[in-house]
Write a protein that binds this ligand. Structure first.
Ligand SMILES: Cc1ncc(COP(=O)(O)O)c(C=O)c1O
Length: 454
């Protein structure tokens, strides 16, 4: 196909040959996907002159806005010297500088950095390291604990320790066994708590029981600190997480914090774990990706402790090596972007500057609770979410066949907002660079969409 013909018919070629992720392609049988040609700040522009507010940070990764000059230039500069190199038996400056920079943002016990290239693999690495550490030490601890609304990625290992959703259930036959426990979900509290004040964390009881009965077979618990993201933007209290950590730490069980969505300021501090008491900020593994490069390039890290590392450190013949790696592990362009993004936090005082915007967003979101279809309004940091219900009193959800969230997504696009609901939970997951005026505009537009929705 000649190139100029192709450029006139991008959507036709796309429809015939490209299979998009998490997409029922039949929904696009007679409809064109926007062809995005440019990004700037909070906005994305398509080839037909439309512009969109990127209210979900392009799948939760953009931090300082699209096309940030410092990250762009860091990548350009890196391109002049080294674009890729095998990371087994070789190393490079940008990976070292990045690890050095991150050390200062992390609790001191997290000091060993294992690179990979996306969030799912960062979690796979943590699961495999925890499992192999037990083998290397001659222990028989092979099982994991996970939450039924947790999400850790789409590879089989990550899915095995995620919740069973409409999307993942089909693959259940391929999963390894794990102990799945009920997630705290304050809006739909099983124990009838109506507010923080009357909550005595009864939802931790099943975990207590599991630990009493099975801790000797369990190697690790994996969790997203403070918010189950893909599970429905369900926030849970710091107090819950602190008590969970105390319970788990009383047994010999690794804690894996998946901060792939929450890392790098999204909740208002560098990491979600920074809201915890310092003594409890002690995961054995920390998984980060998405915002690591400011959202510019794929890169991930699984960061762990000397203790874990030392269980693998031995003569080759002892067969303790961690045999895991990906082609683009620690890609130099990704590391250069990540280094630039980490420096922006310091140079632009990002975490201080977002405070006012966060208070504004979290206050303004409350007006949505007056809408008849909004059952719950929740949020933290630069995230807020609205759970839509058929009946506000009984909290009865809409029939999923109505695809209410999908309809609202389409209304959003017509009005220039990219929102991508999780079922019937509509949420904003905003870049840290979003300005108050933009927050106002987005909230007002979304309010009108939800107000008029029939
Ligand atoms: C908490 C969490 N973990 C893991 C992942 C998987 O990351 P990736 O899509 O880069 O594989 C995601 C993605 O949304 C996530 O939110």
């Amino acid at each position: 196909m000649p190139e100029d013909f192709l450029s006139q018919n991008l959507n036709i070629f796309d429809r015939h040959h490209i299979w998009h992720p998490f997409t029922q392609m039949k929904d696009f049988e007679h409809r064109d996907m926007p062809v995005i040609t440019r990004g700037e700040g909070l906005k994305l522009y398509d080839n037909r002159g439309n512009e969109f507010y990127d209210c979900i940070s392009s799948w939760w990764c953009i931090l300082h806005g699209h096309n940030h000059p410092k990250i762009k230039n860091a990548i350009k500069e890196q391109l002049d010297s080294l674009e890729q190199v095998i990371f087994a038996g070789f190393t490079h400056e940008k990976a070292i500088q990045l690890a050095h920079e991150l050390l200062y943002n992390l609790p001191s016990h997290l000091s060993k950095f294992f690179f990979s290239d996306n969030g799912s693999t960062a979690c796979e690495v943590a699961l495999k390291m925890s499992y192999q550490q037990r083998l290397n030490n001659g222990e028989k601890k092979t099982k994991f604990i996970a939450f039924d609304r947790g999400y850790h990625g789409d590879t089989l290992g990550a899915m095995s320790v995620s919740g069973l959703s409409q999307f993942s259930r089909k693959f259940e036959g391929l999963f390894f066994d794990c102990h799945r426990i009920a997630s705290p979900y304050c809006y739909r509290c099983e124990f009838g708590c109506k507010s923080g004040a009357d909550c005595n964390l009864e939802c931790l009881k099943p975990l207590e029981k599991l630990l009493r009965e099975k801790s000797s077979e369990i190697t690790a618990i994996i969790l997203e600190p403070l918010v189950f993201g893909a599970g429905g933007m369900i926030f849970y209290p710091v107090r819950h997480l602190e008590n969970l950590i105390k319970l788990v730490k009383a047994h010999d069980i690794h804690i894996i914090f998946d901060e792939i969505a929450t890392g790098f300021g999204r909740l208002g501090r560098m990491f979600a774990m920074d809201f915890l008491d310092e003594n409890l900020r002690k995961p054995d593994f920390l998984c980060i990706s998405k915002g690591l490069t400011g959202g510019f390039l794929p890169l991930a890290l699984t960061i762990t402790t000397n203790d874990i590392f030392n269980s693998f450190f031995d003569d080759y013949e002892k067969n303790k090596t961690f045999f895991h790696g990906h082609t683009f592990t620690a890609n130099p362009l990704g590391c250069a972007a990540a280094l630039a993004s980490t420096k922006i936090f310091k140079e632009e005082n990002t975490l201080e500057n977002i405070r006012g915007k966060i208070s504004f967003l979290q206050k303004e979101k409350e007006k949505f609770s007056e809408l008849p279809i909004v059952g719950d309004v929740r949020g933290m940091g630069m995230i807020c979410a609205f759970e839509l219900v058929k009946d506000k009193k009984t909290k009865e959800p809409f029939d999923s066949r109505l695809r209410t969230g999908w309809k609202i997504y389409n209304e959003g696009l017509k009005k220039g907002l990219i929102i991508r609901p999780l079922g019937d939970v509509i949420y904003l997951f905003l870049p840290l660079s979003t300005q108050k005026t933009e927050i106002s505009y987005i909230l007002d537009t979304l309010f009108e969409i939800l107000k008029d929705f029939r």
